[in-house]
Design a binder for this molecule. Sequence first.
Ligand code: NAI
Length: 332
Amino acid sequence: MKYRVTLLEGDGIGPEVTGATCRILAAAGAPIEWERAPAGGEAMEKYGVPMPEVTLESIRKNRLGLKGPLMTPKGGGFRSANVTLRQALDLYVGLRPVKTLPNIPGAWPGLDLVLFRENTEDLYAGIEHEVTPGTVVSLKTSTVRAGERISRWAFEHMRYRGRRTIHCCHKAPINPLADGAFLNAFRKVGGEYPFIEQLDIGVDTLSLLLPMDPSRFDVLLLQNLYGDILSDLCAGLAGGLGVVPGANIGSKAAVFEAVHGTAPDIAGKGLANPLAVLLSGLMLLEHVGEWKIAGRVERAVWDVLAAGKHLTGDLGGKAGTAEFTDAIIDAL
Ligand code: NAI
């Protein structure tokens, strides 16, 4: 059986890093058939929007997508293509594992964290208006339904993966209703998982403690904005955006993507590091239960990184995208 997966190559370095990922997954024998769909600049030219309906429809049909980075057009009156994608498909779980890989400059040793970000509410609902000239109101939304479903997903993931401790991050003393609702939803759902240690922590305290000693945390559950900011902080602890994968998951579809952007400064030069998109591809394989193939590719990645001979520039090496990709295929 083959999985049909919608491929959004993306802008800038997108086609280079998704191309490298497709080559490696094919070499590993991953049972995937790609269905290309336009997004970003290509879609703007053809359809006048960065995330056209034809692409959303392809993901709805296949229920799986792999996405390269997309440029957000500035000042054109468009919502970010990424936000459109998450909201149109109700991809409410932002899943970001943050793990130390070998030979990554500046990475905390032994880091092994999982972040869950609620992807659909909070300030990202985009409800803003000017009450009187010079006074703007921007609404933070928080529903019990959203808090409960992301909490349940996080607890189920922990049960399945054998994770032990979760911290729910909030600023409830300042936002007692919005953050309080999220915290209450976490506690209510948590009652069904007594075998998991459940704690809560202020977003300010978490921001202090993470860079001091991330090893004290296992799983973090955060609302949209806190999750957006702290997941980048955690990526920094793992050595930067170039090595961190991500997934946006809903009950009907899941889209896997690197966290970094289109890197316009190196686009088209064959220098980009494909690791983050590749690791996102491995999350996709795990999501559909292809653990064996995902594990094999992960071991090949670890071998190449540990050997340190074919690293891309951002990892302190001199290799280009093709050489790094070939090295992983050789290691397979
Ligand atoms: P960026 O992540 O594209 O680049 C920041 C720095 O990291 C640059 O020096 C770049 O060369 C480097 N870098 C990023 N990915 C790399 C990789 N795989 N290999 C080697 N070096 C890499 O962030 P920036 O410049 O702020 O954003 C550029 C564009 O990307 C913007 O239009 C932004 O809207 C978009 N963007 C899209 C995202 C997405 O689609 N998920 C996420 C973040 C930004």
